[in-house]
Ligand binder design. Structure first.
Ligand SMILES: [Fe+2]
Ligand SMILES: [Fe+2]
Length: 175
């Protein structure tokens, strides 16, 4: 498998999630370009960046699923967790001097699209409905300040609070 190429069937229809998934695919493609590079420092950086960005995306996604009241958040989190553990153990082998770039690239590129097509697509309609409600309440504006207040408070501060802890927002949104 060479470069990952985004196709429309991967879209969840949730703009921010789709943007983040495409960004992860870009990281994986950069890893592919550098996989046999003798420059271990550059390789180390792209491995760390890919792992960190993926972890930030997982945190964002889990916060959103939590806010949307998604029933299968628990199992979804578990899948993310196990995947991160696999990446970290490969990353540790890299730092110990092993040549793991090819193996890591294979794992990431296989995993990402299959996870998006199955587990991530499974939550799409629930989250879209939730975001539509938030959006509708937001657009109601001054006509119903209380609804707007509740939805804002529920969604954004909790997301931000959880994500600011590790600088996740900065990573995802360049803040
Ligand atoms: Fe996911
Ligand atoms: Fe995802």
């Amino acid at each position: 498998m060479a470069h990952l190429v985004w196709s429309a069937d991967l879209d969840t229809g949730i703009a921010e999630i789709d943007r983040q998934h495409q960004r992860i695919a870009q990281y994986i493609n950069t890893l592919y370009n550098l996989r046999s590079s003798p420059d271990r420092q550059a390789l180390s950086k792209v491995i760390a960046d890919t792992a960190e960005y993926t972890e930030s995306h997982f945190a964002f996604e889990e916060s959103l699923l939590e806010q949307a009241g998604y029933t299968f958040l628990g199992p979804h989190k578990k899948v993310h967790e196990l995947f991160i553990r696999r990446i970290v153990s490969i990353q540790e082998r890299f730092e110990a001097g092993e040549d793991v770039a090819e193996e890591l690239h294979k794992l990431l590129s296989r995993w990402l699209f299959s996870h998006i097509r199955t587990e991530d697509h499974a939550y799409a309609s629930i989250v879209k409905k939730y975001l539509n409600r938030v959006d509708a309440a937001q657009r109601q504006g001054a006509a119903d300040a209380e609804t707007r207040h509740i939805d804002y408070e529920k969604l954004f501060p909790e997301l931000e609070h959880r994500m600011q802890k590790k600088g996740w927002l900065a990573r995802l949104f360049g803040r």
